[in-house]
Design a protein around this ligand. Sequence first.
Ligand code: HPA
Length: 279
Amino acid sequence: MCQREEYRRAAEFIRGRINLQPSIGLVLGSGLGALADTLARRTVLPYADIPGWPQSTVVGHHGNLVIGELEGQVVAAQQGRAHFYEGYTPQQVTFPIRVMKELGIHSLILTNAAGGVNPSYRVGDLMLLEDHINLPGLAGANPLMGPNDDQLGERFVGLAQAYDRALRLRALEVARERNIPLHSGVYFGLSGPAFETPAEIRMIRALGGDTVGMSTVHEVLVARHAGMRVMACSGVTNVAIDTVESDLETNHLEVLEAAEIIAPRLTAILKGVLRNFPT
Ligand code: HPA
């Protein structure tokens, strides 16, 4: 079966279980999935039930696709995602994005838990992605590798405007209205699963990264390939350690605890963007 047929099969399975037409996709990262539980008229589809859908093995990722209404929009929300470090290929990691496109979704909002690399960032801060550096992608671990299916998108994808300007401006406006501090910056995407060494953090900072994480960039590539509009936001769950003199060590529990602080603010921004979604 060609890949396009697999995306269609998953989309048909989903369509057969909902009577809403979703137009916006949400990807809710580590510890940020609870928003999906608040959708009105919602249908919850466990990833395990959807043909071909990759499952997340990570604590803090629920593993459901939730379709329902939020702020006047019909959304399809991923509660958790699969990662490259779990052993999935970049193509498998981005399977859900292809299925969302097949479902008729035109815009994608991604969230991630990330380490703060910019020295001014603190735990609990939010950063809107204005750009990214995709280290694995540049080195060949890229979901667009291999034969291009012209029906899905163009061979060579422009990424100068990967993160939709109108959506970014709207998010900044919402943040200002609600007094929520919101940085704009560059997300540095890595494979993980180990956290970075202090020398790597200094390298990432020197190269222009403001936050660092293990997700998002592959999904953005595929969404842009599919012609979707993209917005993405990092929640800073920990301040990246940049010296071997530190006695601290980054850990996943810390990431999940901070996500609890981040979730309400991030939710307020997402809801504000959805309520007044720029056309
Ligand atoms: N590094 C990489 N990924 C992360 C981090 C980090 O410090 N925090 C949350 N996800």
